[in-house]
Each structure stands twice: as structure tokens, then as C-alpha cells.
Design a protein around this ligand. Structure first.
Ligand code: ABU
Length: 851
């Protein structure tokens, strides 16, 4: 390359319209670093006499402030103000997008030196656009390579809502999906990243890819500090073209330097390699390293564009080689274009905004440009993009340290330094490891209540044996022992259900077996309750029946006989209803095994790992409808039982000598069930409390009932055996709770007396009826006599001194008296009743009136 120095006067100027973002409130202000490089290139190109014969390049540049609106105005100025500019040099992506889309309408070629947006690779939208800056998508294969290297399979993305980052983010998502890497979340923001950062925190992001310009990057990192998204559990991936001191707080950043340093420490960056790594001479005639020295010297001339008090550009030093090479690429393309046009009898002066002729030649020659640039080998692919290596860096102690390079084309990762990890020298996890902690019943609690239940089962079995052993004893017979035995079997089933309530998956060899336990638990408790409570209910119901019947028929309740079959049928009925409900339930909508989880908790011990504990419990999942049916039916039984117990609270039955104790047991059971049912539902999630509550309620119900029903019997039997007339068939009476018949003779005598009493009552009512009849007859006779007397007196007036005679009663009346005298009453009976007709008041009345 190069040409011998010779005089080139007079030279025509080829104007290049250029936009450099020299300052601004957002976006990339890399014009500060790129303008000096572009001017260097311009100088070099113009010095090269082998190029652009008869022409020299001139840069007509403006400050775009990386603002698309301002850039549009500048573009129209460049177009409509002479001289004509066949090529436009563009800066940041958001500016290039705007001008490149417009430029095609004016047959302008646009070359970007600082635009990384993948959107600019759209040849349909930007047909005349070329760039020396590689597309930002070049970061993505590198990022995916690193995710794989560090074994991360879940990442999160936060990006500024600009086309350059949105398209890069989409490309990253696609590549991650292809590599089986999950995108936990992708959040974006316009100006204020606060909510987006909070969202990352809420969603448990650990590996976070940030895509934004330098100014928003400061805001994001400050918010990340506030949200606690830094430290051993977090890894940030940022863009690598920020200035090395980009994280230093600026006036609009509400974080201290120390806080910013904490949050950026350890983050990774990826960036396209923008400086030639070789030691060969570049298009500048010197090596890239020599060029850098020259460039740094050149910067001194541009101090006025740098932030106040700084000798260095705020941004753009990295991209400076790209700007340098961009000018060279334009020069080389124009050089060829001049030759081609001259062959066609045209020149660059023929360029016209309305005609594509010159533009087509320039575009075609740019496409073919290839040279060893300061930024690396310069060549454009079909869509006008640069292909390059990427550089991976990490911030260690506030400074970037080169870790390696990645060549996307050959998939070659060169790792030159060891990355630094805060904890344990290894990468953190890409997510919080959730360790499930199955909450089971405390062993001591389970064992102690199981032992109590086992004792309960033993006691119930012993009491069944007791009933059997003393089945000949009249006192036991009178308590309906068969029903009591059913009640005890119910108790046994309930005690078994206590043990089943405390069993978990690990006790029965896996979750699938818990399902069997769930079903067995429902069966035992349901049938057990029906036997236990059903037996008591049947007794009390029978007691109530006898009591009400005896009242109605006015016969003594002691005369009724208990029909055991009725009681059995009733208990069987209760159990059958249970079985029907349980069968339909199990067949139609079986219980399912479910593991219920609770909010995550920190581990008890302080571990370095990113671990959270998730408590969970095994849960028998059933449709609430079935619980409703079962509980509803049993609830009604409980309430009805309670009513019957209350109604029969003072009834004493010879046939059921323990009916009042059964009534008391029913009160206890009802109260405990009514408390336990709802409370157990409320504390369902507290495994130990739930088990303890249910188990104690069952145990208490069963033990109390067994004690109430059987202790008096045992005491009585002991008393009978130790008394003067000892023997199990003795006639002792338990005066404390029953006045029952104690001997067969007494019972027979009582029955006899009752019968006599009944007969006498019937006779009395018969006699009272007869008396009423006689009274009415006497009244009739008395009237007749009065009439007779009156007629006599009138006769006496007519016939003085006539003899007076007393009228005798007629034959019918004599019959009545005879009937009375013949009244047949047992003169002496068991009751001591003696009939005494002479003393009957009706007889006296009759005699007086007659006289
Ligand atoms: N390396 C600077 C890229 C700036 C931009 O694409 O807008």
C-alpha cells in the first residue's frame, strides 16, 4: 500500500458527512474518542498519493449527541447544503438506524464506526449501510459459551429499551434456547431501571445479563446495590465498551463510590475485539500498538471535547480503531469507484442524490474492501457486518482484567487468566437451590401417643374379655354387654387410626404407600366412630324410646323388654352408611397423595451455598364434598345423640343400667368432636400440633367412655364379691347410681303388686261408673216422690184426714242396691286393699233422702 509523495494540487474534495456523538445525556458519547482517530485516518489517507487520484477527503462533521432527532436534522442539513456528500459516517446505533434508513432514499452510502445494533444488519431496511463496528450479536455466542463453561442453565436479562439492546436481547434468547439455557426473565426500562431491577430480585435472578449504555448502566448498578443483587450469589455480564471508570458515581447517581465498587466487583464483560492483536503493520503503516501510542498523543489536541478536567475521552477510545479503519475503508472504496467511474466516462462529481449510479459503484466497492486495519482485518460480509473475535474481561479490585478471547467462527475459547469467584473458588449457582424439608410428626410425640393408643387397645380388649367373663352376672347382663362390646371394638379402630394419623411416607416406605395409609385412616376412624358412638347412640335412643312409650301407655317402664336385634340393626345401619359413602368416595373420586409446600426459609445453619429450605408436608388430598357428606352425617348423629342424652338425663332403666353413664359419655364425645373437627382443619399445616390434637381427642374420648361405662361395673362387681352375699349373681345394689332390682323374688313380687294395682284401678273406675248411674236414678225417683206428695196434699184438701202412707221403692231400685251389695272386690290382696261398701258416701246419701 501507499504511494510515493508527489504534489497533488489542485485536488478536488470529496466530502464525507460525519456525525460524532461528542456529548449527551444518554446513549453512547464515543465521538470524543473516535473523532481524533477519524481525523488521523483522514490525514493518512490524504497523505497517500496512490489513493484518490485528483481528490482528497474532507470531513464535514457535526455533533449528533447520540440523539436520533438531532441526527435527522443534521442529515438534512448535510444533504441540502452544498457541497454534495456521497458518503455519511455514522456514530451510535440509534443515530445510524435513523440516518441509514433515510440515506437510502437519497442514494447515500452510510458507514458506521460505532453502531453495534443487530437491527442494522437488516439489508432490506438498510441496503446502503456498512459498519466497521461488529454487531452486538457477536457477544451472544461468547456469552452462551461462558454459561456452558460455568454450568449455568438459567439466566436473566435486563436491557434498556433501545432497538440495539432489544434486538441483541432477542438474539441472545434464541441462542440460549438452542443451547438449552432457560431465560428466567427479561426486563426492560426506558429511563428509570428501579422497577426492572426489583423485578429481577423478586424473581430470584442470579446470572444477569445487562445491556444498556454507560449512563443507564450506572443507574442499574446503583439500583442493584440497593436491591442486594450483588455479592457471592450474583454474576453480572455487562457490555465491554464502557470506559474503565464508567461506574464512578455521577451527580445523578444516588450511590457512593464504595457502594458502586461493591456492586460492580467481579462482573464480566464481553466485547468485540477492536484492536488488532497481531504485530504486523496495519494500513496505517505501523503496528496497532504503535498506532495506539500515536493516537494517545493525538488526543491532546481534542481536550476541549473531553469532560472537564480530563485528558481522556469519556467514551470511544476503544472504538477509535474502528473509526480510523472506517475512513480507510471509505477511501479504498472511493479509490476504486473513481477508477470504475472514469472507465464509464463518469466521475465522483457525477454523484447525485436522485441517481443511484455512483452510489451503486461505491456500495459494490465497499462490499469488496479488505485490508489489515488497526482494529483487525477489515472485511464486510453480505449484510455489511464485521466479523471479529470477542474479548472477555472481569472486574477485579475495580479494574478490568483480560480473561480470554473467543473466536465465534472456529468456536475457539482462549482462556488466558483465571477468573475470580468470591466464594470457594467456584462459580455460584444459577439459581437458589431449594431443599425440600418434609415435615413429619415428631418421633417422641408419635411414639408416646402410639403407646397410649396401644394401651387403649389392650384395655378395650380386656374389657371385652371382662364382659365375656361376667356374662352370667345379672348386673353385667343389665348393661347390654353385646352393645358395649361393639362400642369397645369401635374404640380399638379409633386407637388404630391414631397410629395411622402419625405415619408418614418415610415410615411406610414411600409416598405411594401413604395413599394406603390415608385410605386406612379414613376407614378406621369412620367405622370406628360408627361402632363406638353408634353403640352409645343406640342405647340412648332405646332408653328414650322406652321412656316415651311408658309415659304414653301409662305402664311401668320396667315392664318393657329390650330387643337386642334392634340395637344391632341400628349400629349395623350406621356402619353400612359409612361403608356406602366410603366406597363411592374411594371408587369415584379416590384420595390422592399430595405434597403441600410452604414459603421458602433460610437454612438454620449459615451455609455459603445459595440454599433455601422449603418445608413441605404429605397431604391426603380429597374432594371437600366427601368430607362434607361424612362429617355432615356424623355431625347430625352427634347432635341427635346429644338431644337424646339430654332428654333421658333422669331416666333409670333396669334393662340398661348404664344408660345415664352412656349419656354422659355422649356429652363428652359430642363436645370433643365439635371442637376437634374445626380446630384440626385450622391447624392442618402444623404437623405436630395437628397430630397431637386429633390423637389426644380420640384417646381422651375413648378412655373417658371406657372409664365411665366400665369402672362402676368393675367396682360393683368387686363390691359384690367382697360383700356378705358374695358371688357374681349376688343381690347387691349399687346405691350410688342405680336402684335396681336385686333378686328374682323381689322382682316377681313387684310385678304382682303392679298387676294388682292395675286391676284395682280398673275396678274402682267401674264402680264409679255404677255409682253415677245410681245417682241419676235416685234423682229421677226423688222428683217422682215430690210430685206424688203434691198430689197427696191436694187430695188432703179435698178429703180431710186421710191416712198417710210411705211409698216403698220399686223393683228396679231394689236391683241396684242388690248390685251394690253384690260388688265383688277381693277382700284381701297383696296390696292390702279391703272393700267396704257400708262406708260408701253414695249409700249414705241415698238413705238420708229416702228418710
Ligand atoms: N461500542 C459502542 C456501540 C454504541 C452503539 O451501538 O450505539
Amino acid at each position: 500500500m501507499g504511494r510515493p509523495l508527489e504534489t497533488k494540487t489542485p485536488l478536488k474534495k470529496i466530502y464525507i458527512g460525519a456525525l460524532f456523538p461528542m456529548n449527551g445525556t444518554a446513549g453512547w458519547v464515543g465521538g470524543q474518542g473516535c473523532l481524533p482517530a477519524a481525523q488521523m485516518a483522514l490525514e493518512d489517507v490524504n497523505k497517500d498519493l496512490t489513493l484518490l487520484s485528483g481528490y482528497e477527503l474532507d470531513l464535514n462533521w457535526n455533533n449528533s449527541q447520540c440523539d436520533p432527532g438531532l441526527a435527522a436534522t443534521i442529515l438534512y442539513d448535510l444533504i441540502y447544503r452544498p457541497p454534495k456528500k456521497p458518503i455519511i459516517l455514522g456514530g451510535c446505533s440509534i443515530v445510524c438506524s435513523g440516518i441509514a434508513e433515510t440515506a437510502k432514499m437519497y442514494n447515500l452510502v452510510v458507514v458506521g464506526y460505532g453502531s453495534s445494533s443487530p437491527a442494522l444488519s437488516n439489508r432490506y431496511r438498510f441496503p446502503t449501510f456498512f459498519r466497521t463496528h461488529p454487531s452486538a450479536t457477536i457477544h451472544n455466542p461468547t456469552r452462551v459459551k461462558l454459561f456452558k463453561k460455568f454450568r449455568w442453565s438459567r439466566i436473566s436479562i435486563i436491557l434498556e429499551a433501545e432497538e440495539v439492546f432489544v434486538t441483541t436481547g432477542k438474539d441472545l434468547e434464541t441462542r440460549c434456547k438452542e443451547a438449552d439455557i432457560e431465560i428466567l426473565t427479561r426486563v426492560s426500562f426506558l429511563d428509570d431501571p428501579t422497577e426492572a431491577v426489583k423485578s429481577l430480585s423478586r424473581q430470584g435472578a442470579r446470572i444477569i445479563i445487562g445491556m444498556f449504555y454507560a449512563e443507564p448502566a450506572r443507574k442499574v448498578m446503583c439500583e442493584a446495590y440497593k436491591a442486594g443483587l450483588f455479592g457471592k450469589q450474583y454474576v453480572w455480564f455487562l457490555i465491554g465498551w464502557y470506559d474503565p471508570s464508567w461506574f464512578h458515581p455521577t451527580p445523578n447517581i444516588n450511590c457512593t463510590m464504595n457502594e458502586m465498587r461493591k456492586v460492580v466487583e467481579g462482573h464480566f464483560t464481553t466485547e468485540a475485539l477492536m484492536i488488532n492483536q497481531g504485530y504486523d503493520k496495519t494500513i496505517a503503516g505501523i503496528t496497532a500498538q504503535e498506532w495506539v501510542v500515536r493516537y494517545e498523543n493525538e488526543l491532546k489536541k481534542y481536550k476541549q471535547y473531553f469532560p472537564f478536567g480530563s485528558n481522556k475521552p469519556q467514551e470511544g477510545s476503544q472504538e477509535a480503531p474502528l473509526a480510523y479503519d472506517a475512513i480507510w475503508a471509505i477511501a479504498l472504496a472511493l479509490n476504486k469507484t473513481i477508477a470504475i467511474l472514469s472507465q464509464k466516462g463518469l466521475s465522483l462529481d457525477s454523484f447525485d442524490y436522485e441517481s443511484p449510479t455512483v452510489m451503486n459503484v461505491i456500495k459494490s466497492e465497499l462490499q469488496k474492501v479488505q485490508f489489515p486495519g488497526v482494529s483487525g482485518y477489515v472485511a464486510f460480509n453480505d449484510i455489511g457486518d464485521r466479523i471479529s473475535w470477542t474479548l472477555i474481561e472481569q472486574m477485579v479490585d475495580g479494574e478490568y482484567r483480560k480473561l480470554g478471547y473467543y473466536d465465534t467462527v472456529t468456536d475457539n475459547l482462549t482462556w488466558i487468566d483465571k477468573e475470580v469467584w468470591i466464594v470457594g473458588g467456584r462459580p455460584p449457582k444459577d439459581r437458589t437451590e431449594v431443599v425440600q424439608s418434609l415435615q413429619t410428626v415428631n418421633n417422641a410425640l408419635f411414639i408416646s401417643l402410639s403407646v397410649v393408643s396401644a394401651i387403649g387397645i389392650l384395655m378395650a380388649v380386656s374389657l371385652i374379655c371382662f364382659n365375656y367373663r361376667f356374662s352370667n352376672c345379672r348386673y353385667i347382663q343389665m348393661s347390654n354387654p353385646a352393645t358395649n362390646n361393639l362400642m369397645l371394638i369401635g374404640c380399638i379402630l379409633c386407637f388404630i387410626s391414631v397410629v395411622l394419623f402419625g405415619l408418614g411416607g418415610q415410615d411406610v416406605g414411600g409416598l405411594h404407600n401413604v395413599l394406603i395409609v390415608c385410605n386406612a385412616r379414613a376407614f378406621c376412624l369412620s367405622i370406628g366412630f360408627s361402632l363406638f358412638f353408634g353403640a352409645m347412640f343406640a342405647k340412648i335412643w332405646y332408653c328414650h324410646l322406652l321412656h316415651t312409650q311408658s309415659k304414653r301407655k301409662e305402664i311401668n317402664i320396667y315392664l318393657q323388654k329390650i330387643n337386642n336385634n334392634h340395637i344391632y340393626i341400628m349400629i349395623l345401619g350406621f356402619c353400612s352408611i359409612d361403608l356406602i359413602i366410603l366406597s363411592v368416595w374411594f371408587l369415584k373420586d379416590p384420595i390422592k397423595m399430595d405434597v403441600k409446600t410452604f414459603p421458602l426459609m433460610d437454612p438454620d445453619i449459615n451455609v455459603d451455598e445459595d440454599i433455601k429450605i422449603q418445608p413441605c408436608i404429605e397431604h391426603c388430598e380429597a374432594n371437600f364434598l366427601w368430607y362434607g357428606i361424612l362429617f355432615g352425617y356424623k355431625g347430625l348423629l352427634l347432635l341427635f345423640g346429644l338431644f337424646l342424652s339430654y332428654e333421658t338425663r333422669s331416666v333409670k332403666l333396669k334393662q340398661l343400667n348404664d344408660s345415664r353413664l352412656v349419656g354422659m359419655s355422649i356429652y363428652n364425645v359430642v363436645i370433643l368432636c365439635l371442637i376437634t373437627g374445626p380446630v384440626s382443619q385450622v391447624i392442618e399445616d402444623q404437623v405436630n400440633a395437628h397430630f397431637a390434637f386429633i390423637a389426644l381427642a380420640i384417646i381422651f374420648c375413648c378412655f373417658l367412655t371406657m372409664a365411665l361405662v366400665f369402672v362402676p361395673k368393675i367396682v360393683e362387681l368387686v363390691r359384690i364379691r367382697s360383700g356378705p352375699n358374695s358371688g357374681i349373681n349376688g343381690s347387691g345394689i349399687n346405691g350410688t347410681f342405680h336402684e335396681t332390682m336385686t333378686s328374682r323374688e323381689e322382682e316377681e313380687r313387684f310385678n304382682r303388686l303392679s298387676l294388682e294395682n292395675q286391676e284395682l284401678k280398673e275396678k274402682i273406675s267401674e264402680k264409679e261408673k255404677q255409682i253415677e248411674e245410681i245417682k241419676s236414678k235416685i234423682e229421677v225417683m226423688a222428683k217422682q216422690q215430690q210430685e206424688l206428695r203434691k198430689s197427696e196434699e191436694s187430695k188432703q184438701l179435698c178429703v180431710k184426714r186421710k191416712a198417710v202412707r210411705i211409698q216403698e221403692p220399686d223393683g228396679q231400685d231394689g236391683d241396684v242396691i242388690e248390685q251394690l251389695s253384690n260388688t265383688n272386690v277381693d277382700p284381701v290382696s297383696d296390696s292390702g286393699f279391703v272393700s267396704n261398701r257400708n262406708s260408701r258416701p253414695s249409700d249414705f246419701e241415698f238413705s238420708e233422702s229416702y228418710l
